[in-house]
Each structure stands twice: as structure tokens, then as C-alpha cells.
Design a protein around this ligand. Structure first.
Ligand SMILES: [Zn+2]
Length: 107
């Protein structure tokens, strides 16, 4: 995640936290499961799983409670080291992931 910058075209601003679709690294096991990840000094920090009400780490989700979360959390962080697709935690739009430092050109 080093040097990755996130820009939401909908909110028109840089964002430091993104939502990552579990399907991208967990295939059908994590279809519909959303992870919130923060960029902390170029390292991905997992904040948790986000439910439909945008609550981080919901306590009573029967499906999520059955998962091997230690394993999937690790897979999520590995995936985020080379992240190229994510979505905005505010508006759910796809965000742009930039591999370079600013100044960058917004299309
Ligand atoms: Zn947004």
C-alpha cells in the first residue's frame, strides 16, 4: 500500500480509508463482505468488517461469526499491499487508486 493514494471522484477529495470487497481476495466465501482499511504511513491497517448499516465489526452477524477471521484478515491485508480497486466509505463509489505521489492529474 506504500505510496498509494485514494481519490473519490464523487466526493471530489482524497480519502484515507477505503472499503475493500472481500470477493476480490476471498472469492465466493467473502462475496458481499466489505472490509474497511486505512492507509497508515503506507501500510494497510484493517479497521474491520463493515455491515450494510456501515457499522464496523458488527457483533451479531451469524455468517461472519462462523468465518476464520484471523485467516481472512491476514488475506485482506496481503491483498491491500497491492490494492488497485476499492470503494469510498462515504458514498460507495469506486475510487481511484494512484500509484504515484502528487501532483497527479484528475481525469
Ligand atoms: Zn466518495
Amino acid at each position: 500500500m506504500k505510496d498509494k493514494l485514494f481519490y473519490c471522484l464523487q466526493c471530489k477529495k482524497d480519502v484515507n480509508e477505503v472499503n475493500v470487497d472481500g470477493y476480490d481476495f476471498g472469492d465466493r466465501w467473502l462475496e458481499g463482505v466489505t472490509y474497511r482499511v486505512k492507509n497508515v504511513d503506507g501500510r494497510p491497517k484493517l479497521l474491520g468488517i463493515v455491515d450494510a448499516d456501515k457499522v464496523i465489526n458488527p457483533k451479531d452477524d451469524a455468517y461472519l461469526n462462523k468465518l476464520n477471521n484471523d485467516y481472512w484478515n491476514k488475506m485482506c491485508l496481503e491483498h491491500c499491499e497491492d490494492l488497485d480497486i476499492a470503494s469510498c466509505p462515504t458514498c460507495d463509489s469506486g475510487i481511484l487508486v494512484w500509484g504515484a505521489s502528487p501532483p497527479y492529474k484528475i481525469p
